[in-house]
Design a protein around this ligand. Structure first.
Ligand SMILES: NC(=O)c1ccc[n+]([C@@H]2O[C@H](COP(=O)([O-])OP(=O)(O)OC[C@H]3O[C@@H](n4cnc5c(N)ncnc54)[C@H](O)[C@@H]3O)[C@@H](O)[C@H]2O)c1
Length: 85
């Protein structure tokens, strides 16, 4: 059975490194990444990452919706910088 790891902030320093590590060391996992590219770079994102370009402040996603979209989700890493005023 496939397993999906979701990483928010996947185009940033930590998120992209984490995605690279999982893809290189845990090939049984599929990586989905969310990033609005406000601070990170698309070029940081491993080509095997399924990148969803979403601003999570403007468009918050509930766990319920995530589980509906990614039925095999096993891990969620939240690695992003949020500045709210
Ligand atoms: N880099 C470090 O050494 C370090 C150490 C300790 C803690 N942290 C913390 O870990 C977090 C991530 O660090 P980093 O260095 O990877 O930061 P980063 O700025 O490189 O990455 C953050 C990513 O989050 C994305 N992002 C920001 N707001 C978003 C939004 N509203 N919707 C979707 N994506 C959004 C940005 O586009 C960026 O790609 C930060 O909170 C940072 O303070 C970092």
């Amino acid at each position: 059975m496939s397993k999906t790891v979701l990483i928010t902030g996947v185009a940033g320093l930590l998120g992209s490194r984490l995605a690279d590590w999982i893809i290189e060391n845990k090939p049984e996992y599929k990586v989905v990444g969310i990033d609005d590219l406000s601070g990170g770079y698309e070029s940081n994102v491993h080509p095997k990452v399924d990148l969803w370009e979403i601003d999570l402040v403007k468009h918050p996603i509930s766990f319920t919706l995530l589980h509906m979209l990614l039925k095999d989700l096993v891990l969620l890493y939240v690695v992003l910088t949020m500045i709210t005023t």
